[in-house]
Ligand binder design. Structure first.
Ligand code: GDP
Ligand code: MN
Length: 338
C-alpha cells in the first residue's frame, strides 16, 4: 500500500463523524436508487458492497424509484440483502416522459444527428427522460419529502473502502451542500447551447447567484463567464442536500432550462446541470470532495491515497485513481481554494 499523501493535502473528515451509526445520531437522509426491474442483478451487486462497506452499520433507509412498478421479485431481493428500511416508489408520468410541448420532429432530428455523430446515448429517449428527471424531479418525489440529504447509488458500481464515518452528519455538521468523488469533462456535443442559457439565466437573475459561488471551477478566469470548460461532477455518485435542489433559485434555474427544450433537442446530462446548479447557488466551500470514499463506476474509479487508503482498508489501487488521470478536472476544483 503506497504511503504517500495526496497532493494537494486534503482536509480529512473530523474524528467526531466517525460514529458507527445509531438511530439517535442519524441525519435526515436516504439512499436513493433509480433503477429498472431488469437491472436487479446490477443493483444487487452495488448494494451488497454498499451494505458491507457502510450501511449494514449505519442503517440509512433506501428509496427506490422507477417509472414502472417494481416487481415482487425485485422488492423481495432487495429486502433480503438489507435490514434497513426500504421504500419503493413510482415516478409520476408527468415527471418522467417527454412533455407534449416538445417538438418531436425537432427532437427526433437531433437524436438522428447525434447517433450519426457517435454521441453516447445520442439516440435514446429514455436516457433523456432519465437526465431530466434527475435534474429536476427526483428531489420532489413524495418518498423523499421527509429527508434533507441523499446519497445517489446506481446499479453496477463498486465501493472499495470501509466507510466508518457518517457522511450525512458530516454534511450537516460542516454545512456542506454537495459532495462528489470524481470530476471530468463533458462531451461538448451533448450540451451545445447549455452554457448560453446559463449565461442568460445569470444575466436575468443576478441576485440569485451565490456571492461566494464556485463558477471559478467552470469558467476560464480571464474571460469571466464567457466559456464553460465542460468540467462537471460525475453525478452517478452524489451525497448532497435535497434542499439545495428544492430551493427557489435552483427550481427557477431548472424551469428555465427545461423550457428551452434542451433536454430533448440536445442531450443535456444531469451531471452538468447539477454541477452548474451547485456552483451557482451554493458557496464554494459547501462543495466537498469525498476523497476517503473508494468508488468505481465504469470506466473510472476514485481510490484514496495514503493514510485514507490504509484507514479504509481499501481494495483499490491508488495508482489507478481517476484524480491524476487525463480527463479528470479535479484541478479546477482545487483551484477554487488555492
Ligand atoms: P450512465 O451511468 O450514464 O451510463 O447511465 P445508466 O444506464 O447507469 O443510468 C443512470 C441511472 O438511471 C441508473 O441508476 C439507471 O438505473 C437509471 N436509469 C436509466 N434509464 C432508466 C429508465 O429508463 N428507467 C429507470 N427507471 N431508470 C433508468
Ligand atoms: Mn451508470
Amino acid at each position: 500500500i503506497p504511503i504517500s499523501e495526496p497532493t494537494p493535502p486534503r482536509k480529512s473528515i473530523p474524528e467526531k463523524y466517525y460514529t458507527v451509526g445509531n438511530a439517535s445520531q442519524r441525519a435526515s437522509a436516504a439512499i436513493v436508487i433509480l433503477a429498472r426491474n431488469r437491472e436487479l442483478p446490477d443493483v444487487i451487486h452495488s448494494l451488497t458492497q454498499f451494505e458491507d462497506k457502510f450501511n449494514a452499520r449505519f442503517q440509512y433507509p433506501y428509496v427506490f424509484l422507477n417509472e414502472e412498478p417494481f416487481t415482487e421479485v425485485f422488492k423481495r431481493s432487495i429486502h433480503a440483502l438489507t435490514s434497513a428500511s426500504v421504500h419503493f416508489g413510482l415516478i409520476p408520468r408527468e415527471d418522467w416522459f417527454q412533455p407534449e410541448w416538445i417538438d418531436e420532429e425537432r427532437a427526433s432530428a437531433a437524436r438522428k444527428r447525434m447517433k450519426a455523430d457517435g454521441v453516447l446515448y445520442g439516440d435514446s429517449i429514455s436516457y433523456r427522460n432519465m437526465c431530466r428527471f434527475q435534474s429536476g424531479f427526483f428531489f420532489r418525489h413524495e418518498l423523499l419529502k421527509p429527508y434533507k440529504y441523499y446519497w445517489r447509488v446506481e446499479p453496477d458500481v463498486q465501493f472499495s473502502c470501509d466507510i466508518e464515518f457518517d457522511p450525512f452528519l458530516f454534511m450537516q455538521g460542516e454545512d456542506k451542500q454537495y459532495g462528489f468523488t470524481m470530476a471530468l469533462y463533458e462531451y461538448k456535443k451533448t450540451i451545445q447551447t447549455l452554457w448560453l442559457h446559463v449565461q442568460r439565466f445569470m444575466e436575468s437573475n443576478p441576485t440569485l447567484i451565490s456571492p461566494d459561488n464556485a463558477l471559478g471551477m467552470l469558467t476560464y478566469p480571464r474571460t469571466g463567464t464567457a466559456f464553460y470548460n465542460l468540467c462537471h461532477f460525475w453525478s452517478n455518485f452524489e451525497i448532497a442536500s435535497l434542499d439545495l435542489w428544492r430551493s427557489g433559485a435552483y427550481m427557477k434555474f431548472f424551469e428555465y432550462l427545461d423550457s428551452t427544450g434542451g433536454f430533448y433537442y440536445e442531450r443535456w446530462g444531469d451531471a452538468p446541470i447539477h454541477t452548474i446548479g451547485a456552483a451557482l447557488f451554493a458557496r464554494k466551500d459547501q462543495i466537498h470532495f469525498f476523497d476517503e470514499i473508494g468508488y468505481a463506476h465504469r470506466p473510472y474509479e476514485h481510490c484514496p491515497h495514503g493514510s485514507a487508503h490504509a484507514r479504509g482498508q481499501c481494495g483499490c489501487d491508488p495508482a489507478q485513481s481517476f484524480d491524476a488521470k487525463e480527463g479528470s478536472c479535479l484541478e479546477w476544483y482545487d483551484g477554487l481554494f488555492a
